[in-house]
Design a protein around this ligand. Structure first.
Ligand code: SAH
Length: 215
């Protein structure tokens, strides 16, 4: 990798470690091993490790690295998990999920726009992620064929939690989902237990909107 990009990447890692923002070592290793520059437009290559969102086709965005890392940390991923992502976009977050769950796990990522589903699929292929299936469709409906899921992560702003997603989450599972408030999105971490659903918030973020049935 380009020396400039490598330095920027290392400085992000140092920032998270020293600030104790990200303390999951497997997640930090997955970030280090994943080439974000392969998931963005060529013209933005030099911004690959800036801590801000970037444009991708269909007027969508790839989230800023810190947002992706905070969401993935809240998911508490272990090897071998069955994970559903709503909003494949560039495929970058799916690539991190793929590393976290490993060869014995599976990642299903759903993308609403065909052009982006193809973009994500080709980026994931270039990065040799073989345990990820990209599906074009409405992720608000989940993906029944591989349900139930250990973890569900939603990468677009939802007015409320789409019911199929909660249904397709295992008991003992965790879902991370940005839900709309007036000025921002509240990042909800939902834990489904035998005794019911527990929700906590990890802060305010901004996302592109969910499309499809549950808007
Ligand atoms: N995880 C992505 C971020 C993508 S931004 C990445 O790492 O690059 C959110 C994505 O959600 C956009 O690509 C948008 O098209 C998609 N999206 C919006 N509504 C959706 C829906 N109902 N089903 C699937 N994807 C949806």
């Amino acid at each position: 990798m380009d020396k400039f990009l490598e330095e920027k990447k290392q400085s992000l890692l140092l920032h998270w470690k020293t600030g104790r923002t990200i303390m999951d070592d497997r997640l930090l290793a997955a970030f280090e091993a994943t080439p974000r520059e392969k998931f963005i437009l060529k013209k933005d290559s030099y911004n690959a490790y800036g801590d801000y969102p970037l444009s991708i086709p269909c007027k969508q965005t790839i989230s800023q690295p810190t947002t992706v890392m905070l969401m993935l940390q809240a998911l508490e991923i272990a090897e071998g998990m069955n994970i559903l992502e709503v909003g494949a976009g560039s495929g970058y977050q799916a690539a991190l999920l793929s590393k976290m769950t490993g060869a014995s796990g599976l990642v299903i990522t759903i993308e609403y726009f065909r052009e982006l589903a193809d973009f994500a699929e080709s980026n994931l292929k270039k990065s040799e992620c073989t345990n990820v299936n990209v599906i074009q469709g409405d992720g608000g409906l989940g993906f029944e064929a591989e349900a139930p899921y250990d973890r569900i992560i939603v990468a677009c702003a939802c007015p409320s939690v789409p019911p199929p997603l909660l249904e397709q989450l295992k008991t003992g599972g965790i879902m991370v989902i940005p839900t709309k408030k007036r000025m921002y999105e509240d990042m909800q971490v939902i834990k489904k237990t035998a005794a019911g659903v527990k929700t906590e918030s990890i802060g305010g973020f901004t996302f592109v909107p969910l499309r499809g049935k549950y808007v």
